[in-house]
Design a protein around this ligand. Structure first.
Ligand code: MN
Length: 237
């Protein structure tokens, strides 16, 4: 069956598709005539790409179930609610709550996006960093092991609730390890997250109790390095 235009754009990646049909990526999106996501299709909770018990090498089934179905779902709901209220604020020209609602968008929006990346960053299959990703980890951190030590220690030391993050920094075109507090604090603008680990207590407390370091060390058993490589390739274009 021939691909329709949407399938073509989605499947090829926007830049490749745009080049093929002579449009810029943003022109291609505009010409698709899609409504803004906030109006047409509020953010939705994506299903896990594996079974709830698939990551037992690091994370137990109960944690995965609660984490995805309750916690992540809550960020999706909070993001949609804040955007809806902002839409009403624009229509009524009433910006009394814009400061609080902007905070809600940052918190729930960052929470939603990071969880979407987190789920796909993991797999029950054994993968290894290789090719370009491996060379870039070696270039920017010295070695894969040095990167893992840096990232792991950052994740273990996040104050209270947050994330360890490997990101692509497009201005100087290099990899950076960041810590995020909550979901939205301590970022560097423009950095594309490639590999993230949730270190909120809800991510590990059922199995690991207060032993966050054990959870972070076990995370390497389930990292989907092929997903990280795909994300780097897309971010660095
Ligand atoms: Mn979480």
């Amino acid at each position: 069956m021939p691909l329709n235009r949407r399938e073509l754009l989605t499947g090829m990646g926007p830049l490749a598709a745009a080049g093929w049909i002579g449009l810029s990526a943003i022109d291609a999106i505009a010409q698709e005539g899609e409504k803004a996501p906030a109006e047409a299709a509020p953010y939705t909770l994506p299903p896990l790409p594996y079974a709830y018990d698939a990551l037992e090498a690091a994370i137990d089934k109960e944690t995965m179930t609660l984490h995805h179905d309750i916690h992540h779902a809550g960020y999706v709901k909070g993001l949609n609610a804040a955007l809806e209220k902002l839409d009403a604020a624009r229509k009524g020209n009433d910006y009394a709550a814009v400061k609080a609602l902007s905070r809600e968008v940052a918190f729930h929006g960052s929470g939603h996006l990071l969880h979407c990346i987190f789920w796909t960053n993991m797999t029950p299959e054994k993968t290894e960093p290789k090719g370009t990703l491996k060379r870039m980890l070696e270039r920017d951190f010295g070695s894969v092991d040095a990167f893992k030590a840096h990232f792991g220690n950052a994740a273990k030391q996040v104050e209270a609730s947050g994330w360890g993050i490997l990101g692509w920094e497009p201005l100087s075109r290099r990899l950076l390890v960041l810590e995020a507090e909550k979901h939205q604090n301590l970022t560097v603008w423009g950095v594309h997250p490639l590999l993230v680990i949730d270190v909120w207590e809800h991510a590990y407390y059922v199995k690991y109790r207060n032993r966050r370091a054990e959870y972070v060390d076990a995370f390497w058993n389930v990292v989907n390095w092929d997903d990280v490589a795909r994300r780097l390739d897309a971010a660095a274009r």
